[in-house]
Design a protein around this ligand. Structure first.
Ligand SMILES: [Mg+2]
Length: 328
């Protein structure tokens, strides 16, 4: 008697990982001819007028995953909007209108809403964003879902797919241990830096939400290029530098909300111009863009000893990560 066919293990969100999951449902998403950038970049971009493209983004923040119970809710509100604004920064776009959905258990004290919206409101005012509505629902844990719409000059959005051979790779701020240091609640979305970069010349850009390693791979794949990272150049946060293996944290921790971007080889004055424009923002060259390569590749080098960089950034659906920090 022939053996019964082996049943393949059922794919789950965890086994697919965030990328696999997006790839799985991406094909089923309805499109329209006015969609310029659909699922897969930091924000969606839609044709809107001759002067501007519309930019759209939403993001959830959930208790136990993105913040721990007992966290000051003003900071939680700030983070919920800040995550979305960081994605706008990576496109060089201007956020304008936000909608906020609040999910919470029925017994949540009323003051919680005051604190959350105080945090959201303060950051929104700082960046000229109007909060124009949303919805509320009863739920098992506290969740904020923020949707934001804004604009970018027509055809000027910075994308993950714009890295070119000969470019250099740069990052703002310093990386690693953002969750443990509390920086993930108070980071400044790099909107001014993003708009400045876009005005200086369209380029590849992505924000660091899931970890430098993961975002480098996104850039490499979407641009179809080989990237070479110089690990010794990666700027480490103070909390990260004190760890036994700081580079592993800088590569894998995530939640840094800094910008990773390219600079073309003919922009020799870039470093000085950035320093002059943003004296308070660290900006570091961390690598180069090598040749065109279908599928992309990230090497951890430099020099002949360079090896492939593991893709161990934070994945929202994988249970084990390089740093073991799955609780966000
Ligand atoms: Mg992003």
């Amino acid at each position: 008697m022939p053996d019964a066919p082996a049943t393949a293990p059922r794919a789950t969100f965890a086994s697919l990982g965030e990328r696999g999951l997006i790839r799985r449902f991406r094909a089923a998403l309805p499109a329209r001819p006015d969609v310029l950038v659909g699922a897969g970049d930091d924000c969606a971009v839609v044709a809107w007028s001759d002067a501007e493209d519309l930019v759209l983004k939403s993001d959830p923040v959930m208790e136990g995953h993105h913040f721990l119970p007992g966290t000051d809710l003003r900071r939680v509100g700030r983070k919920a909007l800040g995550r979305v604004l960081s994605d706008f920064a990576s496109m060089g776009a201007e956020p304008r209108w936000a909608l906020v959905d609040l999910v919470a258990p029925a017994e949540t004290p009323a003051e919680a809403a005051d604190a959350l919206y105080e945090g959201i409101g303060a950051l929104a005012r700082e960046h000229g964003v109007a909060v124009v509505g949303g919805d509320t629902s009863r739920g098992d844990a506290l969740e904020l879902h923020v949707f934001c719409a804004g604009a970018v000059p027509h055809g000027a959005a910075m994308l993950r797919s714009l890295a070119r051979p000969g470019d250099s790779l740069w990052v703002t701020g310093s990386l690693g241990r953002s969750f443990e240091s509390g920086r993930h609640l108070d980071f400044p979305p790099r909107l001014r830096e993003g708009a400045w970069l876009r005005e200086r010349g369209r380029r590849a850009c992505i924000d660091l939400s899931d970890g430098l390693a993961s975002e480098l791979w996104h850039l490499a794949r979407e641009s179809g290029v080989r990237l070479v990272l110089d690990p010794a150049a990666v700027p480490l946060s103070e909390t990260c530098a004190a760890m036994p293996d700081p580079i592993a944290h800088a590569l894998g921790d995530g939640e840094d909300f800094e910008l990773l971007f390219t600079v073309p080889p003919d922009d020799a004055g870039f470093a000085d111009a950035f320093r002059l424009a943003f004296p308070g923002t660290r900006c570091t060259r961390i690598g180069t863009v090598g040749e065109t390569l279908a599928g992309g590749l990230v090497l951890c080098g430099p020099g002949p000893g360079a090896r492939e960089l593991p893709q161990g950034g934070f994945d929202h659906f994988e249970t084990a990560t390089t740093t073991g920090e799955s609780e966000r």
